[in-house]
Design a binder for this molecule. Structure first.
Ligand code: TXA
Ligand code: MG
Length: 320
C-alpha cells in the first residue's frame, strides 16, 4: 500500500487503473475518506468487506461521476429524486433508489435498492471520471475505517485504520482534511415522499425547501435496512459520554466558548457548528492517540448540521 501525497493527474490515472485491475483505492471526499473498489467486481468488493471487517449484508454506496449514470444503476427513479440530485450533487447526499441489474447483491446487501452518490471533492471527481474513461461504471466506497470504528477524515487516519489489511497494490490518495467531516445524508427515494435515513450536511431544512419530506420516525422506515443508521457505530476506544462534566484526565470536545476545566484534556474547540462537524472525528481519534479512557462531548444545540453531529455523537457514546 502506498500513500500518494501529491495527487497529480498521473496519480489519478494510476489510481483509476488500480481500481480497474480490482485493487482498492482509498480517496478523499468532502465528507470522509472512502475505501474504493470497482462496484461491478465481486472480488474487489469482497476485499472491501474483508479489509473493513464488515458483515457482508451491509450495503455499500456506489459513487458515480455524473447524473447521467443514475439510469445505469437505478430504475423507476421518482421525479423528486432527480430534483434532489440536480440541486445537491455533487455533494454530501446519498440517494437510495430501486436497483438496476448492474447493482448486484454484493453491493446492495441483497436488498432491492442501491445507494448512489456524486461526491463534491476534486480528487474524488477526477478519479471517478478517469475510472469511467477506462470503462468503469461506479466506485463502491464505504468510509475507510474498520467496521464500527470512527470514519477517517485524513489520509493518515486511513493509514492508521487499514494499513495492516491493505495489499501492496492498493493506494491511499491524500487530499488533506475532509471539509465536512461527517458522512453524507442518506435519503430513501422508494416511497411517494423521500425520508432521511441518516442525517448529514444536506439538512431537513434544505431538503424541505425543494420537495416534501416524510418526517416520520425511523421505526416506520423499517422496510429499508441502512445498518449504519441504526446500530452503535462511529466508536473510538475511549468511552464517550454526552453532556456531562469532564474530570481530571478526561477528554473534552465542546464549542470554543466553553472553558476547559483544570486537568481536562481539550480535544477540540470549534468556533461554529460547521467546524464542530469537521473536527469531531479527528478529535475522537486524538483522544485514542492520547490513550484517554473517557471523552466528554458537550453537544451542539439547534437544527441543521447540529442534528447530524448529535446523531453521530450519540452512536459513538453507545460503544462498540
Ligand atoms: O459520506 C459518505 O456517505 C461516505 C463517503 C465515503 O461517501 N460513505 C459512507 O459509507 O459513509 P458507509 O458504507 O460507511 O455508510 C453507508 C451507509 C451504511 O450505513 C449503509 O447501510 C447505507 O449507507 N446504505 C448503503 N447502501 C444502502 C442501500 N442500498 N440501502 C440502504 N442503506 C444503504
Ligand atoms: Mg461507515
Amino acid at each position: 500500500m502506498e500513500i500518494m501525497i501529491n495527487v497529480t493527474e498521473d496519480v489519478v490515472k494510476k489510481a483509476a487503473k488500480a481500481l480497474k485491475d480490482g485493487n482498492l483505492v482509498a480517496f478523499p471526499t468532502e465528507t470522509v475518506y472512502g475505501l474504493g473498489a470497482d462496484a461491478t467486481s465481486r472480488n474487489a468488493v469482497g476485499r472491501v468487506y474483508s479489509v473493513k471487517g464488515r458483515p457482508s449484508d451491509h450495503p455499500l454506496i456506489v459513487h458515480i461521476a455524473s447524473i447521467n449514470r443514475l439510469d445505469d444503476w437505478a430504475v423507476n427513479i421518482p421525479d423528486y429524486a432527480f430534483t434532489l440530485a440536480r440541486e445537491f450533487w455533487p455533494g454530501p447526499m446519498t440517494l437510495i433508489l430501486k436497483r438496476s441489474d448492474l447493482a448486484k447483491d454484493f453491493i446492495t446487501g441483497g436488498q432491492n435498492h442501491v445507494g448512489l452518490r456524486i461526491p463534491n471533492q476534486p480528487i474524488a471527481l477526477a478519479l471517478l471520471n478517469e475510472f469511467e474513461k477506462l470503462g468503469g461504471s461506479g466506485v463502491a466506497a464505504p468510509s475507510a475505517n474498520r467496521f464500527g470504528a470512527v470514519s477517517p477524515t485524513t489520509a493518515n487516519a486511513v493509514k492508521d485504520e487499514l494499513e495492516n489489511f491493505l495489499k501492496l497494490e492498493d493506494l491511499i490518495l491524500d487530499g488533506g482534511q475532509c471539509l465536512i467531516g461527517i458522512e453524507s445524508t442518506i435519503i430513501n427515494c422508494n416511497e411517494i415522499t423521500p425520508s432521511v435515513l441518516r442525517s448529514g450536511a444536506i439538512t431537513n431544512e434544505m431538503i424541505s425547501k425543494i420537495c416534501d419530506l416524510d418526517n416520520s420516525t425511523n421505526s416506520d422506515k423499517a422496510k429499508i435496512r441502512a445498518p449504519g443508521a441504526l446500530e452503535s457505530h462511529y466508536s473510538p476506544n475511549a468511552k464517550v459520554v454526552l453532556d456531562s462534566v469532564a474530570k481530571n484526565g478526561e477528554g473534552l470536545i465542546a464549542m470554543a466558548d466553553i472553558p476547559t476545566p483544570s486537568g481536562v484534556i481539550r480535544l477540540a474547540s470549534p468556533n461554529s457548528i460547521k467546524e464542530f462537524a469537521r473536527d469531531f472525528y479527528a478529535a475522537l481519534r486524538l483522544g485514542d492517540t492520547k490513550k484517554l479512557e473517557k471523552v466528554v462531548v458537550l453537544l451542539p444545540k439547534g437544527d441543521g448540521l447540529a442534528v447530524a453531529i448529535r446523531d453521530r455523537a450519540t452512536k459513538a457514546s453507545s460503544g462498540k
